[in-house]
Design a protein around this ligand. Structure first.
Ligand code: GNR
Ligand code: NI
Length: 175
């Protein structure tokens, strides 16, 4: 059986607000889930995806921010990713989210982070990220803690986006 595209949950959904559980056992099913998530992410297209976005409340993210044609693809699979250090320097980036389609807003985050995770072979990894990689990996880890980029915005902006998403979901449900 090959990889399978998964359906991405749209905000608001209670599953997107939950803290995901740590993965303490690397199974074939979890490796297959990671492959499905990469396919789903590339198909969207997106530069990252967190397991809660496909309805799985486990600490697993995938990302590939080497999106330009001049860079080779670099799919990363991270189980239990943790930010172990972050720069004092911040940067503002206009973020989007596959669970909040077509909505974008500026978010300020540390410009560089060091992340520790377990890869798909069960090996511990640690690496520093900057630029779009740093923004994306923080956005994905936030998903594991039930946090969306709109949670960084003011109440009014957030409510406006949430209202639009409720309307979109109604329309999608009606066909
Ligand atoms: O595809 C995505 N693009 C993006 C752009 C700016 C900041 C963060 C992101 S992540 C997003 C995919 C997604 O929703 N991952 O959770
Ligand atoms: Ni997202």
């Amino acid at each position: 059986m090959g990889t399978m595209k998964r359906q991405i949950l749209i905000h608001p959904d209670p599953r997107l607000k939950k803290v995901a559980a740590a993965v303490d056992d690397l199974t074939d099913a979890r490796r297959a889930l990671a492959e499905d998530m990469l396919e789903t992410m590339y198909d969207a297209p997106g530069i990252g995806l967190a397991a809660p976005q496909v309805g799985v409340l486990e600490r697993l993210i995938v990302l590939d921010c080497a999106k330009d044609e001049d860079q080779p693809p670099r799919p990363l699979v991270m189980f239990n990713p943790e930010v172990v250090s972050a720069s004092d320097e911040t940067r503002v980036y206009e973020e989007g989210c596959l669970s909040i389609p077509e909505q974008f807003a500026d978010v300020t985050r540390p410009s560089e982070v060091t992340v520790r995770w377990m890869d798909a072979d069960g090996a511990e990894q640690e690496e520093g990220f900057a630029g779009l990689w740093a923004t994306c990996v923080q956005h994905e880890i936030d998903h594991l803690n039930g946090k969306l980029f709109i949670d960084y915005l003011g109440t009014l902006k957030r409510q406006m986006i949430t209202r639009k998403m409720k309307k979109l979901k109604r329309e999608l449900a009606r066909g």
